[in-house]
Design a protein around this ligand. Structure first.
Ligand code: HEC
Length: 290
């Protein structure tokens, strides 16, 4: 979601009036990206195919994008505070500072409020089996992720890779990397199928998540995934994350008194490329390939 039009403070983000604000690239602080997928790592090496980009956000006209961003920022900000009913009421009752837009409706907020926490909080009602998930996966996911999660072409691999994280060639997948099963559901719910995100029903999401977990040998073939069965799943890399301890673990590497000025002796230029004649010349003496 583009949030570059928003100002940095939550209240300001909810009340932006002036399209002029849209020029700066002021990202909202992380905490405000409610409902935006968390585990998404930009891989860079998977370019959008031309077939997908015309419908993507990136191709919208500039002003349109700004307006969309304001609306998104407004709704997202409202969603952030919707957990505090008193805030929502105060906000509705308060005089509208810039007299533009309107307070997002609970229905609009619920459209954004789809995040699922690692402990499963936020999981919707519904259920889906590995068998049903296989059908959905074949129809809507396999074209990119491969029939067995092996990744088609250069699209992301979803299965295998266990035990590779510490190797020279780590393969990050649902099985090797994701610490929580609920985060897989959350990710797929927010972002997949790529190009047609949020098109699956809750039952389909449960089923396809169950299938991806099965591809990684995390749940058996007869498994049915639901709010109730999520708690039984143990992800292989659940213990693989820890607080950043570099300050202590790498203390020995850090120079307590780093050099801040005149740190290198001055460089003495002993010869110029022009003078020592390293540039090849053509027959007429012009620089170029020989
Ligand atoms: C058009 C291609 C495409 C389709 C179809 C697609 N995906 Fe994806 N998927 C991607 C791309 C690209 C990423 C990586 C996105 C990123 O990192 O920002 C991804 C990432 C993922 C991830 C996270 C992988 C990781 O280890 O970070 C999961 C899980 C996933 N997809 C599941 C699914 C499921 C389930 C479906 C079907 C409902 C699906 N995808 C359909 C392209 C696709």
């Amino acid at each position: 979601m583009a949030v570059s039009c928003a100002e940095t403070s939550p209240s300001a983000a909810a009340d932006i009036t002036d399209i002029g604000h849209c020029r700066g690239a002021l990202p909202l602080p992380d905490g405000e990206r409610v409902g935006v997928r968390r585990l998404g790592r930009s891989r860079g090496r998977f370019p959008l195919t031309p077939a997908l980009s015309p419908t993507g956000r990136g191709s919208r006209p500039r002003v349109g994008r700004c307006i969309a961003s304001i609306v998104s920022a407004t709704i997202v900000t409202m969603a952030l505070f919707s957990s505090s009913p008193s805030f929502a009421q105060d906000k509705a009752a308060a005089p509208r500072k810039f007299n533009i837009g309107r307070v997002a409706t609970p229905q609009e907020i619920s459209g954004w409020d789809i995040d699922v926490r690692p402990d499963g909080q936020g999981l919707p009602d519904g259920k889906g089996s590995v068998a049903d998930g296989e059908e959905i996966y074949m129809a809507k996911c396999a074209a990119c992720h491969g029939e067995f999660g092996e990744g088609a072409g250069r699209w992301p691999v979803l299965a295998s890779g266990k035990g590779t994280l510490k190797s020279d060639d780590p393969v990050k997948t649902v099985g090797s990397y994701f610490p929580y099963a609920a985060s897989v559901f959350d990710y797929v719910r927010h972002a997949m199928p790529f190009g047609d995100a949020q098109s699956l029903t809750n039952d389909e999401l449960y089923a396809v998540t169950a299938y991806v977990l099965n591809l990684n040998d995390i749940v058996p073939e007869d498994f049915v995934l639901s709010k109730e069965t999520f708690g039984n799943i143990k992800m292989p890399n659940a213990g693989g994350f820890y607080d950043d301890d570099r300050e202590t673990a790498e203390k020995a590497f850090w120079n307590p008194k780093p050099c801040m000025s005149d740190c290198k002796p001055p460089v003495k230029v002993t010869a110029r490329a022009r003078v020592i004649d390293v540039t090849p010349e053509d027959a007429k003496g012009r620089p170029g390939a020989d």
